[in-house]
Structure formats: structure tokens, C-alpha cells
Design a protein around this ligand. Structure first.
Ligand code: AMP
Length: 464
């Protein structure tokens, strides 16, 4: 059990005051481990997923270290960039900076976030007023560097947050360009859910004998998340989703889909059915994504439909439920998705709707999380009735090709009598070990089909 308090970690009174206001009483395990190490000046390589409290694990000691430089002066010269926090996505950038701002509330340290997808001119004046802590996505930071609106030669602490995602998203060349501009003499912290060979290589290049810490096995799923699988035919998923959304514990739900198209279509369908739903994915503008997220956070929208890429880093307090409308083809994405609920010790439910075609991915997921997920066959009276008289697959496709709004109704209508009903629905659950078909590849969702990553090898772990 973790009995350390924030005061034990020797944090300054003005930081402790902000933490109390944020409602934090005790440090999370990653905070208890990382804060003393960072305060001692170590480089750190931390294996921690979102939801573990990793932002405060680097932000709190970083603020404490910068406190002697805090100045009430309005002169930009008094506020050089001393800490640079690089993150993969705009949403994560905004959330990290919000946290930093909250923790720095009673200090004179300034923070700012810059990310792409918005007019750079709106960011430059803020940058020029001087900020000690800069949170940035790599591409936009390079734009600012080129425009000479920021200087990085005063950076004392560098944080790479969600480093694995940054590499997955192709930021390695940008990172190298940025790293080359930083002073050699600095402290570097890297947070990553997984550590691949590429990540280790990067750490060798830019870190100085980092201490390795890990709070939970990289691909472990939190025990406070109840996981459940409903076995359901693809064409019955919408009906099952509608039923689940009516449940008591479904007041606020993130629903994951594999593609942007499904996300948009599902959001539209649910809106037609009177559910306050919105979609968040890469085709939406930054403003639309922010607005959807804000409405969801404020409870104006109760269902947020998201793709993996858009949902990365989403941090919604006390989110009770996540539903996988389609399970991800990369098992690791499952861990990230369900990690949106059950954050910071709260409990949560993660439900996956799995069609027969998706079973093989479920096998991979269970292998990765080293856990068997409870499975139940969906109880859908209309679906069962219709399935018994549903036409063979080929004729369904003909119907769809003929322009009938197949999915708009949520289930298929009885059309022709089927001689043998699908035996899949009668047999006990047996994982499909057959050869997987080629996964769906959409260029926009490339990040959702990542190679599984290795967990941190035991050799690297810090003995505590
Ligand atoms: P993170 O892993 O940094 O994304 O944090 C996940 C969530 O946990 C955020 O909503 C934080 O505000 C919250 N959090 C972080 N540290 C603590 C703490 N010590 N006590 C309570 N909540 C925390």
C-alpha cells in the first residue's frame, strides 16, 4: 500500500496548495516513484500509461525545480523556456498544459501550449511574452522554431510524453531536429506505455543513464475496470449499443469505432434516435474536436464516438464506461481504449461488441492482457427473430447494394426464410484460432493498426 503523502515528497507549499485544490490527497504509485528521482536530477525512463497520474509525476517535480526562477516580472526576458514537454497529439497537449497550469496556479511560472491545426499567428504573440513551461506537438514546435518565435537554448528539462505514440506517428525526424537544438546539459524524462527497440535507441541517444521505473506491466489492464464481451452479429451491434446506452451506468460513454466513417455514421444514427451523441475523429477540424470534447466533459453530450487516433490521450474525469463498437485489430489499442475509464483508482466498465469475424482479434487481446474476458451472448429478441429468417450473406449484400439503408434501421428486417440458422449462435464460445484475414487498412487510421510492442524487459526494471 502507498502511504506516502505529497508533503513527504518535499513539494513546496504553493504546489501542495494547488494539489489540495485539485482534490489530490495521496500520490499515485508513479508519482511516488518518479517525483523524488526527478527532484534528485536523474534522467528518467518511465513505463506508465495514461490514467496512472503520469502527468503530475513529471509536472510536479519539474515545477518545483523551476520555482527558484519564478518571476512576477512582465519582461519576456525573465521568462525563458526552461521546460519543454513534447506530446504526440493536440488533445493530450491541451490536457497536459491544463494540468501544469493548475499545479502552477500559486507560482509565477508561466505555461503555454502550441499545437498544429490552428493558425500559428494566434500562438506567436503568447509565445513571445515568455513562458517557462512549453507544451508542444513536435510539428508545430518546428514551425515556431523556423519562424524564430521561440528559442530552446535555455531548456533545462525535456519531457517526452507518450514517446511510443510519437514514434508510431512518425515524429522521429522531427524529434531529432528538436533535440539537436536543446542544450546538452539538461534533464530528460521519457514516459511511454511500451518500450520498443526504437524507443530504447532514442533513449540512448538523448538520455544520460536514465533510471527506469515502471508502475504496472506495460500491457496490463487496470483491475478496477470491469471488462466484458458481448458476442453479437455485426448487423445487430447497433441495436445492442442502443440497449446498452439506456443502462444505468451509461450516463457518459465513449464508443470506439475502427474508422472515421463508422464513427460519423453511428453518431448520426444515435442523434436521430434522440441520443445526445457526437463524433470525434481526424476529419473534424480542431475546433470541432475541441467543441465535441468540451460538450462531453460538461455533460451536454452523453455519448462520444471516437476513433483510436482521435481518442489518444483523452482524459475525462470519472468516465464510467467505454464501449468498443468494433474491437481494434491491434491488441495494444484495446488497452489504451479501455484505459479512458477507471482512471486514477476510480472504477469503470469496458464493454466490447464482438462479431464472429472479430473473434481472432479478441484472442490477441486476451493474450496481451493475460486475462480472459467474460463473454456473454447478446440477448436481442428482434435480432434473434430476424436472424432465424435472415437471408444468406450474399443476398444481404445484394440488398445493401440495392441502396436499402441497411444499417440505418439498426437491424435487418425479415426478408426471406433461412433454412438453417447460424450455428455460431448456439455453440459455446471457442476462440477462433484460424488464419487471420488481412486487417482493414485505412490510411487515416494507420496508427490503429500498430505492431504489438514488447513490455519493458525485467532487466531494465528498477529494483525497488
Ligand atoms: P494522467 O495519467 O496524468 O493522464 O492522469 C489521470 C487522471 O488522474 C487525471 O484526471 C488527473 O487529474 C488524475 N490524478 C493524477 N494524480 C492524481 C492524484 N494523486 N490523486 C487523484 N487524482 C489524480
Amino acid at each position: 500500500m502507498n502511504t506516502v503523502s505529497f508533503a513527504d515528497l518535499k513539494l513546496a507549499p504553493q504546489i501542495l496548495k494547488a494539489l489540495t485544490e485539485s482534490g489530490y490527497t495521496t500520490p499515485t504509485p508513479i508519482q511516488a516513484q518518479a517525483i523524488p528521482l526527478v527532484l534528485e536530477g536523474n534522467d528518467l525512463m518511465a513505463g506508465a500509461q495514461t490514467g496512472t497520474g503520469k502527468t503530475a509525476a513529471f509536472a510536479l517535480p519539474l515545477l518545483q525545480k523551476l520555482l527558484p526562477h519564478a518571476s512576477p516580472s512582465t519582461s519576456p526576458a525573465k521568462h525563458p523556456v526552461r521546460a519543454l514537454i513534447l506530446v504526440p497529439t493536440r488533445e493530450l497537449a491541451v490536457q497536459v498544459e491544463e494540468s501544469v497550469k493548475a499545479y502552477a496556479k500559486y507560482t509565477h511560472l508561466r505555461s503555454l501550449v502550441v499545437y498544429g491545426g490552428v493558425d500559428i499567428k494566434t500562438q506567436t504573440p503568447h509565445l513571445k511574452t515568455g513562458v517557462e513551461i512549453l507544451v508542444a506537438t513536435p510539428g508545430r514546435l518546428l514551425d515556431h522554431i523556423e519562424q524564430k518565435s521561440v528559442l530552446l537554448n535555455t531548456v533545462q528539462v525535456l519531457v517526452l510524453d507518450e514517446a511510443d505514440r510519437m514514434l508510431d506517428m512518425g515524429f522521429m525526424p522531427a524529434l531529432k531536429r528538436i533535440l539537436a537544438l536543446l542544450p546538452r546539459q539538461r534533464q530528460s524524462l521519457m514516459f511511454s506505455a511500451t518500450f520498443s527497440e526504437e524507443i530504447k535507441k532514442l533513449s540512448e541517444e538523448f538520455m544520460n543513464y536514465p533510471t527506469l521505473i515502471e508502475v504496472a506491466r506495460s500491457n496490463a489492464t487496470s483491475d478496477n475496470i470491469t471488462q466484458k464481451v458481448y458476442l453479437v452479429a455485426s448487423e445487430d451491434k447497433h441495436q445492442l449499443l442502443a440497449k446498452l446506452l439506456k443502462g444505468e451506468d451509461a450516463k457518459q460513454v465513449i464508443v470506439f469505432t475502427k474508422t472515421k466513417l463508422t464513427a460519423s455514421r453511428l453518431a448520426r444514427q444515435l442523434q436521430h434516435e434522440g441520443v445526445s451523441a457526437d463524433a470525434i475523429h481526424g476529419d473534424k477540424s480542431q475546433l470541432e474536436r475541441m467543441q465535441a470534447l468540451d460538450s462531453f466533459k460538461q455533460g451536454k453530450v452523453s455519448v462520444l464516438i471516437a476513433t483510436d487516433v482521435a481518442a489518444r490521450g483523452l482524459d475525462i474525469d470519472h468516465l464510467p464506461m467505454v464501449i468498443n463498437y468494433e474491437i481494434p485489430h491491434a491488441a495494444e489499442d484495446y488497452v489504451h481504449r479501455i484505459g479512458r475509464t477507471g482512471r486514477a483508482g476510480a472504477s469503470g466498465t469496458a464493454i466490447s461488441l464482438v462479431s464472429p469475424e472479430e473473434e481472432r482479434y479478441l484472442v490477441d487481446i486476451e493474450k496481451l492482457i493475460k486475462k480472459e474476458i467474460k463473454k456473454e451472448r447478446a440477448e436481442l429478441p428482434i435480432a434473434r427473430a430476424s436472424r432465424e429468417i435472415s437471408p444468406p450473406r450474399a443476398s444481404q449484400e445484394v440488398r445493401r447494394a440495392g441502396g436499402e439503408p441497411h444499417e440505418a434501421r439498426g437491424y435487418h428486417a425479415p426478408v426471406a426464410k433461412k433454412h438453417n440458422h447460424d450455428p455460431w449462435f448456439d455453440k459455446p464460445y471457442v476462440p477462433n484460432m484460424g488464419e487471420p484475414a488481412a486487417p482493414l487498412k485505412k490510411p487515416d487510421e494507420a496508427v490503429a493498426t500498430l505492431k504489438p510492442k514488447a513490455a519493458i524487459p525485467a532487466l531494465f526494471r528498477r529494483q525497488s
